[in-house]
Design a protein around this ligand. Structure first.
Ligand code: FES
Length: 142
């Protein structure tokens, strides 16, 4: 069996939703201090629903495939559901990732959360801060 599933290879070779959104409603940027990879997610939100999402990822193939899959999973979803997206769900949708590449999918989860938080912050929307334990403003998390 090859190290990467066909889904991973497909999303790596032909990633969906690559790019930026002008006047995005929320932008989330996170990085992994160990590998140096960076992921940026742009959200357009209408009526509490993700009406558009794009990403820029400067990172490994697994990070690119994870971003691509994650954007597909949240497109058209209400923010409540978007915040439920876990790296496990992204990994499963990709048909799995090698253990030493699981952290790449964590970047996607964190970048999306950061973008939603940015949207809430910019619009003065109240939210439960415990929903953002991995807030990128906090240097302490892995
Ligand atoms: Fe860093 Fe994949 S090796 S995100």
């Amino acid at each position: 069996m090859s190290l990467y599933s066909e889904k991973v290879m497909e999303h790596f070779r032909n990633p969906k939703n690559v790019g930026t959104i002008e006047n995005a409603d929320g932008i989330g940027e996170v990085g992994n201090a160990k590998c140096g990879d960076i992921m940026k997610i742009y959200l357009k939100i209408e009526n509490n629903i993700v009406s558009d999402v794009k990403f820029e990822t400067f990172g490994c193939g697994s990070a690119i495939a994870s971003s691509s899959m994650a954007t597909e999973l949240i497109m058209g979803k209400p923010l409540g559901e978007v915040l439920q997206l876990t790296n496990k769900a992204v990994t499963e949708a990709l048909g799995g990732l090698p253990a030493h590449k699981l952290h790449c999918s964590v970047l996607a989860e964190e970048a999306i959360r950061a973008a939603v938080k940015d949207y809430y912050d910019k619009n003065g929307i109240e939210y439960d801060h415990s929903q953002f334990p991995d807030c990128p403003c906090c240097e302490e998390h892995e």
